[in-house]
Design a protein around this ligand. Structure first.
Ligand SMILES: *Cc1c(COP(=O)(O)O)cnc(C)c1O
Length: 363
C-alpha cells in the first residue's frame, strides 16, 4: 500500500471544478494583488474565527513578523515563547533585534507551560507567543491572565491550529493578535505561501494593514517602514473555496485523529492528549516512542511515511547560539524532541490506510 503523508492530491480532486473556476476568474480579471477575492476571503475568515479583523498576508512567518512590528518590538525587548516549535516563531523576534526568552513545555499538550512563564518575565518583556502546536490551542486563558497582570501582549502562533477550539472559542480569536499560516500542508492550505493575522483591535489592524504594504497609508505615502507582505488573489481565491468546505474537513480530521488514538491505545506509544475543553485540528498526529529511529525505519520499510516535528529544540539550534542557552535548559522539550514522530494525516486518509499504519506500528 502506498500511503501519502498528507494527501493534497485527493483534496484537489474533490474541489477541482470549484478551484479551477475561481482561479480562472482571477486570471481573466487580471486583478492579481488585492481585490474582490482577497476582500471576500478576509470577511469569511473573520466570520469563521469570530475575530473582528482578519488580514491576509504572505505567510505565517510574515504574520508573526507584522504582529511584532505593529507592537514596536525591537532592540532591547524580550519575547517569551516555547523552544519546541518551528523556527519561524523565534526567528522573527531575532530579525527585529529583540531577544527570545524560552519557557519549557507541558509534557501532555507539548505547548508552553503557563506555570513557568512568570519566572521568565522581566522589565523588558513585551510579548508572549504561545504556539498552538499540532493543532491544539495553548492554555490561552492562563496565559492571557499572566499577560494582563504584567501588561504584556499575547500573540497566538496559530499556524497549526486554524479551526481548533478552546473553551468554546476558535483559535485565532483568543488573544490580542493571532497569526496563522496557509502553507500547503497546514490544515487550511493554499497552493503556495500565505497567512493571516487576526485581531479585535482597530488600531493594530490598521497598522498591520499598512505594514504589510510597505507602511503605506495612501499611494506612495509611507507612514512606517514596512514590508511586502501581501497575500495574492490566486491564493485568496483558492482559500475561499477550501474555507467553504473546511468545517467538514475539521470534522474528518477529528474523527481520524480520535480513531488513531483508539486503535493505538494498546500499543507501546504515547498518543496525543487533548484537553477536555479543547478540540484539535491535528495539523500533525504525533506520537511518542522510546526508540524512534527503529520505529521510523520499520514504518519506512513498509511504505509508511513519517516526519519529525521537531528533532532539535530552538535553544539547541546553532542559529540561536547567541542566546546563550545550553543542552539541559529545557528538559521536557528535549525529551519530547527525541521521542516525537508524526504519522500520515489528512482529511482523506482512508480507514484501510489508517489500519495499515497502525498494524505497521504494532507489528
Ligand atoms: C508553519 C509554521 C510557521 C510559519 O508559517 P509559514 O507560512 O510557513 O511562514 C510558524 N509557526 C509554526 C508553529 C508553524 O507551524
Amino acid at each position: 500500500m502506498k500511503i501519502n503523508f498528507i494527501d493534497l492530491q485527493a483534496q484537489y480532486k474533490k474541489y477541482e471544478k470549484e478551484i479551477n473556476s475561481e482561479v480562472l476568474e482571477v486570471f481573466a480579471s487580471a486583478q492579481f494583488i488585492g481585490g474582490e477575492k482577497l476582500n471576500s476571503l478576509e470577511k469569511n475568515l473573520a466570520v469563521y474565527t469570530g475575530a473582528k479583523h482578519a488580514i491576509g498576508c504572505s505567510s505565517g512567518t510574515d504574520a508573526l513578523l507584522l504582529a511584532l512590528m505593529a507592537l514596536d518590538i525591537g532592540v532591547g525587548d524580550e519575547v517569551i515563547t516555547t523552544p519546541f516549535t518551528f523556527i519561524a516563531t523565534a526567528e522573527v523576534v531575532a530579525l527585529l533585534g529583540a531577544k527570545s526568552v524560552f519557557v519549557d513545555i507541558d509534557e501532555e499538550s507539548y505547548n508552553i507551560d503557563p506555570s513557568k512563564i512568570e519566572a521568565a518575565i522581566t522589565k523588558k518583556t513585551k510579548a508572549i507567543i504561545p504556539v498552538s502546536l499540532y493543532g491544539q490551542c495553548a492554555d490561552m486563558e492562563a496565559i492571557n491572565n499572566i499577560a494582563k497582570k504584567y501588561n504584556i501582549t499575547v500573540i497566538e502562533d496559530a499556524c497549526q491550529s486554524f479551526g481548533a477550539t478552546y473553551r468554546g472559542k476558535k483559535s485565532c480569536n483568543l488573544s490580542t493578535i493571532s497569526c496563522t499560516s496557509f502553507f500547503p500542508s497546514k490544515p487550511l492550505g493554499a497552493y503556495g505561501d500565505g497567512g493571516a493575522i487576526f485581531t479585535d483591535n482597530d488600531e493594530l489592524a490598521t497598522k498591520m494593514r499598512m505594514l504589510l504594504n510597505h507602511g503605506q497609508n495612501e499611494r506612495y505615502k509611507h507612514k512606517y517602514i514596512g514590508i511586502n507582505g501581501r497575500l495574492d488573489a490566486v491564493q485568496a481565491a483558492i482559500l475561499n473555496v477550501k474555507l467553504k468546505h473546511f468545517e467538514e474537513e475539521v470534522r474528518l480530521r477529528d474523527e481520524i485523529g480520535s480513531r488513531y488514538s483508539d486503535l493505538l491505545e494498546d500499543a507501546d506509544v504515547i498518543t496525543p492528549k487533548i484537553a477536555e475543553a479543547s478540540t484539535s485540528v491535528y495539523a500533525q498526529y504525533s506520537i511518542r516512542v522510546k526508540d524512534r529511529e527503529a520505529m521510523v525505519e520499520k514504518l519506512s520499510k513498509l511504505g509508511v511515511p513519517t516526519a519529525v516535528h521537531y528533532p532539535v529544540p530552538l535553544h539547541m539550534q546553532e542559529a540561536f547560539k547567541d542566546l546563550g542557552y545550553s543542552t539541559g535548559d529545557f528538559p521536557i522539550s528535549e525529551l519530547v524532541s527525541k521521542e516525537i514522530m508524526s504519522l500520515p494525516m489528512s482529511a482523506y486518509l482512508s480507514e484501510a490506510e489508517q489500519d495499515f499504519v497502525v498494524q505497521a506500528i504494532k507489528g
